[in-house]
Design a protein around this ligand. Sequence first.
Ligand code: F0G
Length: 380
Amino acid sequence: MAFGHRYTGLIDRYRDRLPVHDDTRIISLGEGNTPLIRLNNIPRELGRDFELYVKFEGLNPTGSFKDRGMTMAVTKAVEEGSKAIICASTGNTSAAAAAYAARAGITAFVVIPDGKIAMGKLAQAMMHGSVVIQIEGNFDDGMRLVKEVANSAPVTLVNSVNPFRLQGQKTAAFEIVEELGRAPDFHCLPVGNAGNITAHWIGYSELAAQTGEHVTEACTFCRGHCRFAGGGVTGQRPRMVGYQASGSAPFLRGAMVDDPETVATAIRIGHPQSWDVAWKVREESGGWFDECTDEEILAAQKLLAEKEGVFCEPASATSVAGALRDIRNGKIPEGSSVVCTLTGHGLKDPDTAIAQSSRTPIKVRAELDAVTRAIHDNMG
Ligand code: F0G
C-alpha cells in the first residue's frame, strides 16, 4: 500500500457504485474493509477438501455488519435534512444507529425488546446518547411501531426497509470478490429480516453484470439504485444459503412466526421485513434456507472461538453451524469455496459466552507455588 493512504470508509471506497453525490457530506466511522479469514483447523478436522472463509463483520466500528448500512442511511438522512433517526432493533442496528447519529450530530431513537438484547449492545446505545425505548414486546412489535411513527413524526426510519441500508451492505460482496478474484461457490448467512442476504445478492449481481451478459428481465435487486437498473445479469454468482434459528425460522415454516424464540437474540425475528425478495434470492441463486437449533449455534460459536481464534456472537455462528452440516452431508460438494458471514462480534454478548465456556477461571492464592500448580495441572 502507498504511504499516506488513509482508509476512509466504504462510501469513499465504492463511491461510484453508491447513490451519493460529489458534495454529499459523508457520515463514516471507517466501516467496511473487514478481514476474510480462511479457516484451517476446522476443515482439517472435518477431513474434507474445501475452502472455507469467514468474513468477520464483527470488526466493523460498532462490532457488526450494520455499520455498512448505517453509514449510507445516516449519510442520506443528513443529506435530506433529517434531524433524527429511528429504528427497531434486536441490538446491533440500535448500536450502529446510535453511533452514526452521534457522529452526525443528530438524535437516534431506538426501540428494543425489553430484556431481550445482549448487554454489550444496550451499553452501546446508551453510551452513544441515543433515546432508548424498551417495549414490552418483541422485535416484530417494535418494527410495526417504528414504521407507524416514521409516517407521522419527523424522523427517518433506518431499519433495512430503508433502501440505502442495503446499498451500503452490498459492499461486503464487493470486498469478497476483490479478495478471492471471483465470487465464492456458496455464501452462507444467518437470516433474521433477510436484509443482509438480499444486500449481498445485490452486490454479487452488480459485479456479475460487469462481467456477464445482460438478460432481458429487470434486475429485481437494485430497487432502482444500482447502475444496472433495468437489466438482469448472468455472470458468476454464488448460491445463497440462509440459516435461521429453529425457534425463529419463518422461512422454514413458510409462514410468519408469532412468538420467535432463540438464544441468538439478534435473529429472534418472526416477521422478516424482506420476505418476498429473500425468496427471490433463493430462487435466482439456486440456494436454500435451513435451520439450526440453539445447541448447534452455540457449539459452532464455541468451535470458532476455540479452534480458530474467532469470537463471534451466537447469531453469527448460525452461518457456520449450517455450512458445516451441509458440508458434512454433501449438500455443499467437496472442492467448493464457501464464505460464511460472521455478522457480529462475540463481545456483544458476554453473558452467553461465559455461560457456555468450557473453562472456568481457576482461583488460587497469589503465590508462586499455587500458580505453578495451576499451570502444571492444566498443561496440554
Ligand atoms: N446477525 C446479527 C448479529 C444481526 O444483528 C442480525 C440482525 C442478523 C444476523 C440478521 O440480519 O436481519 O439482515 O437478516 N439484526 C437486526 C438488528 C435485526 O436489529 O440488529 P438480517
